[in-house]
Design a protein around this ligand. Structure first.
Ligand code: HSE
Length: 406
């Protein structure tokens, strides 16, 4: 018998309880033992909730109960969530989490504590919601040298970009619509400025290398500067605009180039077909070639399902550590400024000649946007393009990198 405690009865936490209860027959059978929820930790009470009798406000009830061997941390944040996760692992209780912020910040430390105390720290739900991606990288692709990971890792921004493309709507209007539908947070900064995707690509990059990639050191751009005009030009070029997390292994085993930015990608690329709140992740290995993972990257039940899959893994390994190839040693980040990209640049119409004289290549894109001109540059280093941007100032209205397959 495995008794589970759920920390935080919000969207994901209540989903975890629902998945364990509604699918208890399958969860227990696949665990090889009966699995049930014993506690729900939350500051609030939930009168009328079918599981209100399981609610406690005291973390110590869980920590001091020897019957609880698996804890689901679905609180979010890096304060109490860190403290409680650490205490549970030190007490030999496995922790399963959807908290990408905590995994990105303290993953290696918590993994090490789990190892020392013969339990596990599992985080399948922290990237890609319900899409299996952590376990494929750690287990199914364990024989590979993973060469690159490319993904649409944030559902909110993908929803916004899809609506902008399909409805010709502006960023602010779609953001408001997304908030009204409950897809985007009231404070949407972490999503729209790319920080959420950044934490996720940092976690995936760390698993790719087996060393820590610090999310706070990665170049990160969001989608708040993308406009309807960008989509008009993208359409004229047969391209779509997607916010991508990019990770490419360097020549040496401890080197990686990782960043988050919006890209124009060919309409024929499989990631261009990943729409709405869906996520899609491309993982390329040196033996297997390209593999792709697709599904609901956010939402109550998809995310909860991934947490409960970890509960099953933990239940199968009570008293043992499920190993994870991720050390605390920091990986070497390759310099983003030295990387070359081709850029789509939108300028004031009168600045077309000037930008054309400054960039390599310089193919004019015709899309009949009044007062504006579009140009596609040849490959240019980030630092060189940044110098041109400073020189032209407000004459440049926008820029988007163009994705090119290696
Ligand atoms: N805010 C995140 C998203 C939730 O939109 O993808 C899932 O991590």
């Amino acid at each position: 018998m495995v008794k589970v405690a759920v920390l935080g009865y919000g969207t994901v936490g209540s989903g975890v309880v629902q998945v364990i209860k509604d699918n208890q027959k399958y969860v227990s059978k696949k665990s090889g033992t009966d699995v049930d929820v014993k506690y729900i930790l939350d500051l609030r009470d939930f009168p009328g909730d079918p599981y209100e009798n399981l609610v406690t406000h005291e973390f110590d009830d869980i920590l001091n109960d020897p019957e609880v061997s698996v804890v689901c941390e679905t609180m979010g944040g890096v304060g109490a969530a860190y403290k409680f996760s650490k205490a549970c692992l030190e007490a030999g209780k496995s922790v399963c989490t959807s908290n990408k912020e905590l995994v990105a910040k303290n993953g290696p430390e918590l993994l090490e504590i789990a190892k020392e105390h013969n339990c596990s720290y599992l985080f399948e739900a922290s990237v890609g919601g319900g899409i299996p991606i952590i376990r494929p990288i750690m287990d199914a692709l364990a024989a590979e040298k993973i060469e690159s990971i490319l993904g649409i890792l944030n559902g909110t921004t993908n929803y916004i970009l899809t609506k902008m493309k399909d409805e010709g709507a502006d960023f602010d209007d779609v953001l408001k619509q997304a908030q009204d539908l409950g897809y985007a947070e009231r404070n949407p900064e972490a999503d729209i400025e790319g920080h959420d995707a950044c934490r996720k690509i940092a976690i995936l990059s760390s698993l790719m290398l087996g060393q820590t990639v610090d999310s706070e050191k990665l170049h990160t751009e969001g989608i708040s500067k993308i406009t309807g005009a960008d989509f008009t030009y993208a359409k004229a070029m047969g391209k779509s605009i997607k916010l991508l997390g990019v990770s490419e292994a360097g020549e040496n085993e401890d080197e990686v180039l990782a960043f988050v930015a919006p890209f124009m990608i060919d309409e024929s690329h499989p990631l261009a077909m990943v729409n709405d709140v869906f996520n899609g992740i491309f993982v390329t290995g040196n033996m297997v070639g390209n593999t792709m993972y697709y599904g609901k990257g956010a939402g109550k039940l998809p995310t909860a399902s991934a947490v409960v899959a970890d509960v099953i893994d933990a239940a199968r390994h009570v008293g043992k550590n499920v190993p994870c190839y991720w050390e605390g040693k920091e990986a070497k980040l390759l310099d983003f400024n030295e990387v070359s990209h081709s850029f789509f640049v939108r300028v004031k119409a009168e600045a077309l000649g000037e930008i054309k004289s400054l960039v390599p290549g310089g193919e004019v894109v015709n899309a009949d946007v009044p007062g504006q001109a579009g140009i596609l540059t040849g490959e240019i280093k980030e630092k060189d393009f940044a110098a041109i941007e400073s020189k032209l100032g407000e004459k440049i209205l926008g820029k988007i990198r163009v994705y090119k397959e290696n």
